[in-house]
Design a protein around this ligand. Structure first.
Ligand SMILES: Cc1cc2nc3c(=O)[nH]c(=O)nc-3n(C[C@H](O)[C@H](O)[C@H](O)COP(=O)(O)O)c2cc1C
Length: 215
């Protein structure tokens, strides 16, 4: 009987240790992207559209890899990307929320680096459907890299354009792959910035939901 408190404490510690381990999030090393195939460009443009209803199907590692590369991957040896950016500042970071956690895309390593554990999909939007999308992108600009003073209105025009071209890459990839997507400005940005542990110089610009269409 006298041993029971120790047993209880040991079990409690074990439960806490398992819980802590579950909170740890590993990086996702993406397979090499497949840079050929897909629908012809004119057909992808014809099929591009916004959709807000998603099935429960998840994205395979191959589709996730191709999607990230299409969005904002490196397509030349000098580090230039699949989307243009003003003066090639590359001030945009692509954050990704999956059911298991939030990540940030490292294009050079083609890896999703962990940001925080837990399902933040619902927190990426004020509408109900982001919670049901397999993935939500959050496009974050580091304005300290944007190359113009924050008081210059052209800075935010450039940042918006830089995000917009990434958004369209995702739209075209989704049209080609039969995925559903919609870009979203309806985001509680201060709340989401906190959840993503953003720095003061980082600004959330837009979010975008991606998943398989509801059958
Ligand atoms: C900058 C921008 C912000 C948008 N924000 C939202 C949004 O918060 N929620 C939403 O459901 N759709 C949003 N949309 C999607 C538009 O509603 C959609 O593109 C428009 O209705 C035209 O439909 P289409 O994309 O199918 O051509 C946004 C689109 C853009 C370009």
């Amino acid at each position: 009987m006298s041993r029971r408190p120790w047993l209880l404490a040991a079990v409690l510690l074990l439960v806490i240790a398992i819980g802590a381990a579950a909170q740890e999030l590993a990086a996702i090393k993406l397979p090499a992207p497949k840079m050929d195939g897909g629908k012809p460009l004119m057909q992808a443009l014809k099929d591009r559209q916004s959709a807000r209803e998603f099935s429960a199907d998840t994205l395979s590692p191959a589709v996730l890899s191709n999607l990230l590369w299409a969005a904002w991957g490196i397509n030349r040896p000098d580090g230039h990307r699949t989307a243009p950016s003003a003066s090639n500042r590359q001030e945009v970071d692509v954050y990704v929320t999956l059911p298991g956690g939030a990540y940030v895309y490292d294009a050079k390593a083609h890896v999703l680096n962990p940001v925080t554990a837990g399902d933040l999909r619902a927190a990426t939007g004020t509408q109900p459907f982001p919670a049901t999308a397999a993935l939500n992108f959050v496009y974050v600009a580091d304005v300290s890299k944007a190359g113009r003073p924050s008081t210059d209105p052209q800075q935010m025009v450039n940042v918006g354009a830089d995000v917009g071209v990434i958004v369209q890459n995702v739209y075209l990839f989704c049209a080609s792959e039969g995925l559903a997507t919609v870009v979203r400005a309806s985001v509680d940005k201060p709340a989401l910035a906190k959840r993503l542990n953003l720095r003061d110089t980082q600004v959330i610009v837009l979010a975008q939901s991606v998943g398989y269409p509801k059958k």
